[in-house]
Design a protein around this ligand. Structure first.
Ligand SMILES: Cc1ncc(COP(=O)(O)O)c(C=O)c1O
Length: 416
């Protein structure tokens, strides 16, 4: 009789993991204030201003500019940094597509660079090798549950005079040598989309400590308007990327919980690191001592193919899910996306870009054979919950013969 649940055995974990987003009376109270006040929009209420200030302060930046989502936030960051037609933007090849597509939106060309195999974040040496006279910005992403090497990226910025835009869509609460994610680069951009570790359904925020960049970002998201006291050389052609007071109300409540949740996730990630490291064929991510607080959007680890006797990572994912462990497929190499060839009609700068021929071996191996990730809500449960993950992984490790027989489905069909 089969032991693995995917082949008819008994699932190891039958109790539910915590739901996300967590929510409570505080959201109801703050949302009711908005409804009662009738101040729904950007101009009339004060919650957006309170939230921008509080979040920027929490991450250690001078200014916060709330935006409709992080995709447009990154686009505005590029515009504010002066990136435009014909410029190149260096991005990691393993990330969400928006990190790269925003370059197209401003007329620039995404240049994909290799990742670090032990953190899955943009490799600074690969980024440096990709710099040319046309490089307009570098966007390191603090991916899943690791931070990009900010010391190295700020050195590159200094050496080549290139702005750094931190993509912090996964990094709420993270700190590099005590300094908040998004506050070291020229600009930082966070997402508040539903699955993120702070959520208002959709939403985002730009952080900066530079008053000129702040005024530019504000202007770009607010139809090109200037405020009294803004000293910009000229008006900009702005969008309406503003947020509502409803989003700000929910975010104010979420921010009150962020520190405790970040600590809990980090504590449980340490437990996973410790026990998963004892299982052959599993390698937890490298923990850089300069990361003094780590926000976890996804808890990732390396599944080392050589140790699993011919079973594949995708068989492992399917089998782990059948054991009752929520697990998501991770990103595919962005340069493989069909979006880029399809975009050429509207974004002529990609015509002639040979993305289809690009080969970045670490990215491809990580994306296709090695990377495994648990959604952050798993880390918000009890210690028993995270131990259940370890036991399920160990169960697969002890039944490799069965694992090899698991029918393979595409991991993209797996849903948490
Ligand atoms: C790394 C990264 N950057 C940017 C974004 C874009 O965020 P949003 O969905 O708020 O536009 C995401 C969203 O998932 C992301 O994961």
């Amino acid at each position: 009789m089969a032991r693995l649940a995917v082949l008819g055995g008994t699932p190891l974990c039958t109790h539910p993991f915590p739901e996300w987003p967590q929510r409570g009376e505080r959201e109801v109270e703050l949302l009711s204030e908005v409804v009662r006040s009738g101040h729904y929009g950007f101009f009339s209420g004060d919650k957006q201003f309170r939230f921008q200030q509080a979040f920027a302060h929490f991450q250690g930046a001078r200014f916060g500019i709330a935006v409709s989502n992080a995709t447009v936030g990154l686009q505005v960051a590029l515009l504010a940094a002066g990136v435009g037609p014909g410029d190149e933007v260096i991005v990691p090849a393993f990330t969400w597509v928006a990190t790269a597509s925003v370059a197209l939106f401003v007329g620039a060309i995404p240049v994909f660079a290799e990742i670090d195999a032990e953190t899955f974040c943009l490799d600074p040496q690969a980024a440096e090798a990709a710099i040319t006279s046309r490089t307009g910005a570098i966007i390191p992403v603090h991916l899943y549950g690791c931070m990009a090497d900010l010391d190295a990226f700020m050195d590159l910025s200094e050496k080549y005079k290139i702005p750094i835009i931190e993509d912090c869509a996964h990094a709420h609460g993270s700190q590099w040598r005590g300094q908040g994610a998004g506050s070291m680069g020229h600009l930082g951009v966070f997402s508040f989309q539903e699955t993120k570790t702070m959520s208002s359904g959709e939403g985002g925020i730009l952080l900066t400590s530079d008053p000129t960049l702040e005024a530019l970002c504000h202007s770009f998201i607010n139809c090109g308007r200037l405020r009294p006291g803004d000293h910009l050389p000229q008006r900009v052609l702005g969008y309406n990327f503003r947020v509502t007071e409803f989003q700000a109300a929910v975010l104010l409540a979420a921010l009150e919980r962020l520190e405790d949740q970040t600590r809990k996730r980090e504590d449980h990630a340490r437990v996973l690191d410790r026990y998963l490291a004892e299982i052959e064929g599993i390698l937890p991510m490298r923990r850089d001592p300069r990361v003094t607080r780590q926000g976890f959007y996804v808890y990732t680890f390396r599944w080392e193919p050589e140790a699993w006797g011919g079973a594949t990572r995708d068989q492992f994912l399917v089998a782990l899910q059948a054991e009752g462990i929520p697990i998501n497929p991770l990103y595919t190499p962005v340069y493989r996306s069909e979006l880029f060839p399809n975009a050429s009609r509207f974004y002529p700068q990609v015509v002639g870009q040979v993305y289809a021929e690009l080969r970045l071996p670490i990215t491809e191996q990580v994306a296709e054979q090695v990377a495994v990730g648990l959604p952050h809500r798993v880390l918000l449960g009890s210690e028993q919950d995270v131990i259940a993950v370890v036991e399920a992984v160990a169960k697969l490790g002890a039944n490799i013969d069965e694992l090899r027989r698991v029918p393979v489905v595409s991991p993209s069909t797996l849903r948490d």
